[in-house]
Ligand binder design. Structure first.
Ligand code: AP5
Ligand code: MG
Length: 186
């Protein structure tokens, strides 16, 4: 089971994908969390990623593709994984496809969480993560529109895209996601 979560900053990717991962008993893989952890550890990946995270820019494709490929090859991801925040550029989507073909795995679904800008800002301004300043949030939003939204049509064409209204209570949004995942033609 491989499911990708796509959505702007604050859409609820982390919240909902972690919950779905528990529900399906598969791994939750957040590239943002992996990178923040590397920055905290100040390891080689962290040192390369830190300035990008600070500005709200995407880290280079090669770096994140390498991290994901390595992580997916590990034992705890053999039953599947919920990808939170990857892929998020056309280059990453293409590299991910190649990786899946090479390892004989298939992408089951892409969940797009859609939330209006005012609500995203409201959510993030109350959260206080290091990259949640007003300036960085609006930069992350711009990057999302420019770099990530274009890959939605790619997944739509392949019939794996489920667009979910991300506004409502956590339970309401989760039920919508569950309904979409359960509706997949097998
Ligand atoms: P990442 O960590 O992925 O951050 P993001 O995309 O900016 O998204 P967030 O984590 O801020 O939001 P979310 O959608 O997970 O929402 P959440 O559940 O937390 O990436 C961070 C950085 O890492 C990037 O800027 C980039 O530098 C780098 N990076 C990561 N992946 C990369 C990649 N593939 N390529 C290159 N660079 C990469 O919810 C937000 C808040 O809202 C929470 O407080 C939550 O409690 C609340 N909330 C959630 N749902 C609801 C609801 N239904 N109602 C009310 N409040 C809610
Ligand atoms: Mg997140």
């Amino acid at each position: 089971m491989l499911i990708v979560f796509i959505g702007p900053p604050g859409a609820g990717k982390g919240t909902q994908s972690a919950r779905l991962a528990d529900h399906l008993a598969v791994r939750h893989l957040s590239t943002g969390e992996i990178l923040r952890h590397a920055v905290e550890e100040n390891n080689i990946v962290g040192q390369e990623a830190a300035p990008y995270l600070e500005r709200g820019d995407l880290v280079p494709d090669d770096l994140v593709v390498g991290i994901v490929a390595e992580r997916l090859a590990q034992r705890d991801c053999q039953a599947g994984a919920l990808m939170d925040g990857f892929p998020r550029t056309p280059g990453q989507a293409a590299a991910f496809d190649k990786h899946l073909a090479k390892t004989g795995r298939a992408l089951d679904a892409v969940i797009e969480l859609r939330v209006a800008r005012e609500e995203l800002l409201r959510r993030l301004m109350t959260r206080k993560r290091a990259d949640d300043s007003a300036e960085t949030i609006s930069h992350r939003l711009e990057i999302y529109i420019r770099e990530t939204e274009p890959i939605l049509s790619y997944y739509k064409t392949r019939g794996v895209l489920h667009t979910i209204d991300g506004i409502g209570t956590l339970d309401q949004v989760f039920s919508r996601i569950l309904a979409a995942v359960n509706s997949r033609a097998r």
